[in-house]
Design a protein around this ligand. Structure first.
Ligand code: ADP
Ligand code: MG
Length: 392
């Protein structure tokens, strides 16, 4: 038996079909349009105004539907450009995501004349101190570094009006939870509002959220409203794990890939696979958490700009990363955590684009495949032999 997906009991919220109707500051509105957003997405239609109106928010919406824009726009409304203090703090699980949000927030706030900065591990703390001292107003960071900056009294929560957790379910679980709790225990002003965003929320997280948020506005953009239908899900059944490599090389040759992400569960496997594929003449990168910061940055940049079109990754990059040209996700192995399946495949098909997922499934993984299908009520079909119909 499978447990039903926990669901959020929604709050009735007004729906704004246009950014113009949200009562946003003029400079912010200008930034939104020049960033290239014309019409708000479902989550933006519902989630921006509650943040602007000083409410706690709990929001769940499918991958690639514009959650970043929602919390950036909502919280930018709260920033007083004249006050040179941190007023918005966004907490995220990985550096690459912090940097991505920094880019979006900078672009949207372009005409507000404010300072946006991301503080992550792996760089000298000194640089962060300088940026904060110089008057950073919108700060994005990973929990370890943010806690460190608070402890060193570099970062004060005194003027923080909105605290946002992106990938909230991950942030309130396991290894992050402790750090996040430490940050919260440092104390925030009573008027600081909290907003939680994710594509997935499980029961435990909803419980923690219940303790953390005060009378929150709950927004749930249901899967049926924003289907992952744009992402076709296929599998290739394989008798043995040993076949995967050849099948992958075969796919690589046959598919006219725009950009693709290939997921492995462990760093060792990811490295092994990349070495083998590079040696066989397939240009690609591998990225994982134990890599040097600068190297990670360089590889992400090359991937974003399309210099390198295929990247092998661990679940470090399962969440949040937005590269619009990614049209294919290959799971070399199914993730060990069910949720990560949804996050991984969500890297393709951003903002309603079409995408394809191909799962290489050995006999041992059959059960996990069934669990994933049941749990998320999705169907994977066997990969057709004529791949030209995939249209990548
Ligand atoms: P999520 O966090 O929900 O997975 P993102 O915030 O990363 O999704 O957004 C996914 C993509 O959709 C991004 O490339 C973003 O630029 C694009 N996008 C978001 N909102 C809009 C909008 N209103 N109009 C056009 N594109 C949008
Ligand atoms: Mg996101």
């Amino acid at each position: 038996m499978t447990t039903p997906e926990p669901s959020i009991v929604e709050t009735e919220v007004p729906v704004y079909k246009s950014f113009d109707d949200m009562g946003l500051p003029e400079q912010l509105l200008r930034g939104i349009y020049s960033h290239g957003f014309e019409v708000p997405s479902a989550i933006q239609q519902r989630g921006i105004v509650p943040i602007k109106n000083n409410l706690d928010v709990l929001a769940q919406a499918q991958s690639g539907t514009g959650k970043t824009g929602t919390f950036c726009i909502g919280s930018l409304c709260k920033v007083d450009p004249a006050l040179k203090r941190v007023q918005v703090l966004v907490l995220v699980p990985v550096r690459e995501l912090a940097q991505q949000i920094e880019t979006v927030a900078k672009s949207i706030s372009e005409y507000m004349g404010i300072s946006v900065y991301s503080a992550t591990g792996g760089t000298p703390v000194r640089e962060d101190s300088k940026a904060i001292d110089k008057g950073c107003q919108f700060l994005i960071g990973t929990p370890g570094r943010i806690y460190d900056l608070m402890n060193r009294n570099v970062l004060s929560s005194e003027h923080i009006r909105v605290l946002i957790f992106d990938e909230a379910d991950q942030m309130l679980e396991d290894r992050f939870k402790e750090q996040v709790m430490c940050i919260l225990q440092r104390g925030f002003p009573a008027q600081t509002k909290i907003a939680l965003f994710s594509a997935t929320m499980d029961t435990d997280v909803l419980e923690v959220a219940g303790q953390l948020l005060r009378d929150p506005v709950k927004i749930l953009v249901k899967p049926q409203d924003v289907p992952l239908d744009g992402i076709k899900q296929y599998y290739i059944p394989l008798d043995s794990e040993d076949w995967k490599y050849e099948v992958l090389c075969d796919l690589y040759q046959q598919l006219n890939i725009n950009q693709a992400l290939i997921y492995c569960n462990k760093r060792q496997r990811a490295e092994w696979l990349s070495e083998k594929m590079i040696a066989a003449g397939f240009p690609l990168y591998v990225i994982h958490g134990e890599m040097d910061t600068e190297e990670r940055k360089r590889r992400m940049k090359d991937f974003r700009t399309g210099v390198v079109r295929v990247m092998i990754s661990t679940d470090m990059l399962a969440r949040g990363i937005d590269v619009q040209q990614v049209s294919l996700v290959i799971n070399y192995e199914l993730p060990t955590l069910k949720e990560n399946y949804i996050h991984r495949i969500g890297r393709a098909g951003r903002f309603g684009r079409k995408g394809v997922t191909i799962n290489l499934i050995s006999k041992d993984e059959g059960r996990m495949r069934d669990e994933i299908q049941d749990h998320f009520k999705i169907a994977m079909s066997e990969l057709p032999s004529d791949l030209s119909s995939l249209n990548l």
